[in-house]
Design a protein around this ligand. Structure first.
Ligand SMILES: Cc1ncc(COP(=O)(O)O)c(C=O)c1O
Length: 287
């Protein structure tokens, strides 16, 4: 949408540019967030923005703004772009300097952000989608929401080339997460998901779901599970800011259960919608 944010400046998109020696551009040296907006209000903004500060700290990047300044800028960006249902993408890079691997002493971090209309993926959430299973070849700091996403991109590309929506990643037979989502299985009355270690991104949607499980009476085990457990699960779903609670109804060429979204998954979708409505007061389309 028309206006973008560059540090504390609001510019027309055509007037934004990237320095050729920006370390984000050359090395992926930076961190980012994607925040969902429903009815013009940010959902779980605090959790996302706090995670941005945490990711930055983990890569020794000092953010050149306070939390409150960031919120104010993002609120204004949404307002000038008249965003209703969509996302805010924001990233911070370590800034520009002559190319060198170690951190330069004199750079100023660069914040950029834009908004985009993104509809809720209602049809896919209703029918469920296919995922493929592939090796998790990423580094060992997946807890950082870093701009370096090549491992994720390769997995997502493999999924899309095979007609899938997502790639479920595993390390030596232990499921970690999706290429851009967290992955959950339900067996009996228990939900399993990988614990929030260095091997996954602790998704904000994941955290919300774990809270909602309590409300709907589904037990939670933050325990890593195997590919075998995945194959035998009653229900499987993925979750992310843009995809919300997305049923996985086919894994490679095998249907999950009867090939339809499971009952617990549907209850979680309904509880998630309620949580959004409570916080944002609006939901563009319901399932
Ligand atoms: C690798 C990975 N895991 C998990 C998630 C889900 O995180 P969130 O719920 O905060 O969007 C994402 C989101 O982009 C991701 O890229």
């Amino acid at each position: 949408m028309g206006t973008i944010l560059v540090n504390d400046q609001f510019l027309d998109r055509e007037n934004g540019s990237v320095d050729i020696e920006d370390r984000g551009y050359q090395f992926g040296d930076g961190v980012y967030e994607v925040v969902r907006v429903y009815g013009g209000n940010m959902f779980t903004a605090k959790e996302h923005l706090e995670r941005l500060f945490e990711s930055a700290e983990k890569i020794h990047l000092t953010l050149p703004f306070t939390y409150d300044e960031l919120v104010a800028r993002l609120e204004k960006l949404m307002e000038v772009n008249q965003l209703d249902t969509g996302i805010i993408y924001l990233q911070v890079t370590r800034g520009s300097s002559a190319r060198q691997h170690h951190f330069p002493e004199q750079t100023k971090a660069v914040l950029t952000a834009y908004t985009k209309e993104v509809a809720r993926p209602v049809a896919d959430m209703t029918a469920g989608v296919k995922a493929i299973i592939t090796d998790d070849v990423r580094w060992l700091r997946c807890d950082i929401k870093s701009l370096n996403l090549l491992g994720n991109l390769l997995a997502k590309q493999e999924a899309v080339s095979k007609g899938g929506f997502e790639a479920v990643l595993h390390r030596d037979g232990t499921v970690t997460e999706g290429s851009s989502s967290n992955v959950f299985i339900i067996s009996g009355d228990t939900l399993y998901t990988h614990p929030a270690t260095n091997l996954i991104l602790n998704g904000i949607t994941r955290r919300e779901i774990l809270k909602l499980c309590k409300e709907i009476g589904l037990s939670v085990a933050e325990q890593a599970f195997t590919l075998e457990a995945l194959a035998n699960a009653d229900e499987v779903f993925m979750a992310s800011t843009t995809a919300e609670v997305m049923p996985l109804v086919q894994l490679d060429e095998t249907p999950v259960g009867n090939g339809k979204p499971g009952e617990w998954t549907q209850k979680l979708q309904a509880a998630f919608e309620e949580a959004v409505q409570k916080q944002c007061g609006s939901l563009a389309q319901t399932i």
